[in-house]
Ligand binder design. Structure first.
Ligand code: 5GP
Length: 201
């Protein structure tokens, strides 16, 4: 297992329209680089059959989520497909002391996180080259109801309008190639951080 981290920790945001393969890539990065931790979001969406509370998401009620909003406990949150999703400040602050972090969040969350200038963010937007392929993936995933598949598919146009807010756009045509591109971006940014630290010293 390699270790990408030896300087200041970085934060990678990976956004994409639903079904482009973001979760697979996120997990692959974490498996290869053990210094990377995935930020586990809070959500009011019900768990899918293959999801584990505390691992895939922290599943909470709408009432609890709204209490957390009032308490200003989130770095960012958004309502997506009728459910809340958010990143708890406490979790990130704890992780960032020791680890690099990957956020699997949407464009709304990315905009909000970007306001925290002290966070060293690398913003990646993952896209598919074919909408047909996207629909196939959403249907094959079979953890979504038909209605959920439609909602996610129809959000594609709105979602891609925001690619401009990102540092890199990556096309996921082939999983291995896409992963290598992301890996190279991460390592380059990591060495930039190390380089700038050395200059300061
Ligand atoms: P899903 O319901 O398919 O797991 O996720 C739906 C969308 O919510 C995905 O685009 C995912 O990136 C986004 N998402 C997941 N967690 C968060 C979060 O904490 N904040 C925001 N803004 N988006 C999130």
């Amino acid at each position: 297992m390699s270790k990408a981290n030896s300087g200041q920790n970085i934060m990678v945001i990976l956004s994409s329209p639903s079904g482009v393969g973001k979760t697979t890539i996120t997990k692959k990065i974490q498996q290869k680089y053990n210094n990377f931790k995935i930020s586990v979001s809070h959500t009011t969406r019900p768990p899918r059959s293959n999801e584990i509370d505390g691992v895939d998401y922290n599943f909470i009620s709408e009432k609890k989520f709204e209490e957390l909003i009032k308490a200003d406990a989130f770095y960012e949150y958004a309502k997506i497909f009728d459910n809340y999703y958010g990143t708890l400040k406490e979790n990130v602050d704890k992780m960032m002391k020791k680890n690099d972090i990957i956020f699997d969040i949407d464009w709304q969350g990315t905009k909000q996180l970007s306001k925290f200038k002290e966070l060293k963010l690398i913003k990646l937007y993952l896209i598919t080259d074919s909408k047909e392929e996207l629909k196939k993936r959403l249907l094959n995933r079979d953890q979504n109801t038909k209605e959920e598949v439609e909602k996610r598919f129809n959000s594609f146009e709105e979602d891609v309008k925001h690619w401009n807010d990102y540092d890199y756009i990556i096309i996921n045509k082939n999983l291995e190639t896409c992963f290598k591109q992301i890996e190279s971006i991460i390592l380059t940014n990591k060495s930039d951080v190390i380089g700038s630290l050395q200059k300061v010293q």
